[in-house]
Design a protein around this ligand. Structure first.
Ligand code: C2O
Ligand code: CU
Length: 637
């Protein structure tokens, strides 16, 4: 069974356990000893099942079970055994259950509910504070029950006082900001122990010596042989008409969605003047997947201030790497990108033949590819080389299928794969933010059809008028596993490399302070932005990230400024082409290890590219020693 299945089973078992203990207690309270005994049997079975599931789940890693092993199961064990010992002999005598039986059964129920709440609300890592708070809540509920069932005279004052103190201390501890830690070297260890250092504030220029992030800028001139590619983009609200005629209110660059394509060849200098006409919340440009100098990275509050209405900012960077990329605003990006502030960035030389950039976006509930919400029909003479560049600009994955011809997935996130074999009848799952380049030679007798999520026909390429469209049900096609595609080749980093820094990111949901407010946040290591410890690196470090998803959502993980090499997923290294990615989907229960060499000094975001998740806490910084920001540094984007 996969960890995701076990996580679901554990939740189910926890719910049944809680319901059964409570049910047994209620039956006892309503003087139905036989029913109480029967439900008690279910409760014991469910509790044992939960223990079994947790043991199985622990095989997937400590982070999946920590709060269960440390808090939930001990509580359940103590109260469950007590309840069994107290209740079974008395209930089998079938006399009217005494108050002690009722209280013992309900206490086990409260403990089971507390454990469930720990998993759902507090998550990983359980701390002394959260353990105290849960225990106190269970004890408090038990005392209250005692008082109600046995009468007021018998409630022990001392127990009430101790419970209250524990509860207050627990809640206090749980919300105390983590201690400052500016070196991430031992973070994985401390995180695994449940003591999470953090809250490292980025050094602010003027307070400490260092080099401001704003000083890492692109060059003034192109490489020899290159030219300057000048663009000017104006962000403004506009009503956009989709190809079907449907009008949508959008936030645009130059009145268009997607914004104007930015293209260049390797060696060129890209210069983009961004103006903001009327986007009231402000706007920036982030070059997704393009490892620009930090000062050009477009993260408001970190590398620049947001460009407000009437203001402008000029970005300048060298086109030093070929491939398919995109740009988008990083200010209030969960709303801004959704509303249309994005476009494509293609670095060539452009290939011969048909070359289509296809950013896929959900707009007003419709799948929009490029600027069309209807299929794009194109003629392509037989034998023409074709490149389809799929770009997922949404928050969730899209599944693509291509029918009518064998093809290759030549490039992922702008990097060519090694020895990509021919594909057919497979689904391609593209993470939010990611890019796939599909290449093939136009066949003579058939149409080639690209579908999005099996529902939408996005592109139809026809070699001539007589060719029919392939009628295929693509929904049943299996998904391609990227980690097994292509041919293995030596890579500069491997799992046995000596890493200078090792960071573990445990992705979850839970109660946390996000932007100063307590909320049900998307968390990393139990904290939400900006309280997640900054990952500190030095120039030249070899850095490994272990990204663990113990939530029930998919998290497309994205590091700015660096491509990462995939070392393993769930402990297995890729058997196909080396995979350099800038965005990878960490699905529920998965553990990814990726690595990179820290060669792009600056301050960088490291976040979930489901931008709603990022906005609700799932974002942190990766900082190079000695780099400072003159801005407040607290913007997640
Ligand atoms: Cu495309 Cu910070 O992201
Ligand atoms: Cu996410």
């Amino acid at each position: 069974m996969t960890p995701a299945t076990l996580m679901t089973l554990d939740l189910l078992a926890a719910v049944v356990t809680a319901a059964a203990w409570l049910g047994s207690g209620v039956a006892a309270a309503s003087r139905r000893p036989r029913a109480a005994l029967a439900v008690l049997g279910v409760a014991i079975l469910a509790s044992l099942t939960r223990v079994g599931v947790v043991v199985a789940l622990s095989g997937a890693g400590w982070w999946f079970v920590q709060e269960k092993v440390v808090v939930a199961l001990p509580l359940l064990l103590v109260t469950g055994v007590t309840a069994t010992v107290v209740a079974v002999p008395r209930l089998t005598r079938a006399a009217d259950p005494q108050p002690s039986v009722v209280v013992a059964l309900l206490a086990a129920g409260y403990a089971a509910v507390g454990g469930l709440a720990g998993t759902l609300l507090l998550g990983y890592p359980a701390t002394l504070g959260s353990a105290l708070a849960i225990t106190a809540a269970v004890a408090g509920a038990t005392l209250l029950t005692w008082r109600i069932v046995a009468g007021p005279g018998r409630s022990p004052r001392i127990a009430i006082a101790v419970t209250a103190i524990a509860g207050v201390a627990g809640v206090g501890l749980a919300f105390v900001p983590p201690p400052t830690m500016d070196d991430g070297r031992d973070q994985s260890l401390t995180a695994a122990m449940g003591y999470h250092g953090g809250g490292a504030r980025l050094a602010v220029a003027g307070q400490e010596p260092g080099r401001p992030v704003t000083s890492f800028r692109g060059p003034d001139s192109p490489s020899p042989g290159g030219v300057v590619r000048r663009y000017s983009l104006t962000a403004r609200t506009a009503t956009v008409t989709l190809s079907s005629g449907q009008k949508v209110a959008a936030w645009t660059f130059d009145g268009k969605v997607p914004g104007p394509p930015i293209t260049a060849n390797v060696g060129d200098l890209i210069e983009v003047r961004l103006r903001n006409a009327d986007i009231a919340s402000g706007v920036t440009l982030h070059w997704h997947g393009y490892d620009v100098p930090a000062g050009e990275d477009g993260v408001p509050g970190l590398t620049q201030e947001a460009v407000m209405p009437g203001q402008e900012f000029v970005y300048r960077f060298l086109a030093d790497r070929q491939g398919t990329y995109w740009y988008h605003t990083h200010e209030v990006s969960s709303l801004g990108v959704k509303m249309g502030l994005y476009g494509t960035l293609l670095v060539g030389p452009p290939p011969a033949g048909v070359d289509l950039a296809l950013p896929v976006h959900t707009f007003a509930g419709r799948t929009v590819v490029g600027d069309r919400d209807q299929p794009l029909d194109r003629q392509a003479a037989p034998g023409t080389p074709v490149r389809l560049r799929l770009i997922n600009t949404d928050d969730t994955p899209h599944r693509f299928t291509l029918s009518g011809t064998p093809y290759r997935l030549s490039s992922v996130d702008g990097t060519d794969l090694n020895g990509p074999g021919e594909l057919g009848r497979v689904g391609l799952r593209l993470p939010a933010g990611g890019r796939y380049d599909l290449t093939f030679t136009m066949p003579a007798d058939r149409m080639v059809v690209l579908r999005t999520d099996d529902r939408t026909t996005s592109v139809r390429l026809s070699p001539g008028s007589s060719a029919g469209a392939p009628e295929e049900d693509t929904a049943g096609w299996p998904d391609l596993d990227l980690l097994r595609y292509g041919t293995a080749a030596p890579a500069p980093i491997s799992g046995s490399s000596r890493f200078d820094r090792d960071f573990t990111l445990v992705l979850d949901r839970g109660l946390a302070l996000s932007g100063g407010r307590p909320m049900y946040a998307y968390t990393v290591g139990g904290h939400a932005f900006p309280s997640i410890p900054t990952e500190m690196v030095s120039s030249g470090d070899l850095v490994r990230l272990t990204v663990v998803n113990r939530s029930r959502d998919i998290h497309p993980w994205h590091l700015h400024g660096h491509r990462v090499l995939v070392l393993s997923r769930d402990g297995r290294s890729p058997s196909g082409s080396p995979l350099w990615l800038d965005t990878f989907d960490v699905r529920p229960g998965e553990v990814w290890q990726v690595a990179f060499r820290a060669t792009n000094p600056g301050l960088w975001m490291n976040h979930c590219h489901n931008l709603v998740h990022a906005d609700e806490g799932m974002a942190l910084h990766l900082a190079y020693e000695g780099v400072t920001t003159p801005f407040h540094g607290a913007h997640g984007g």
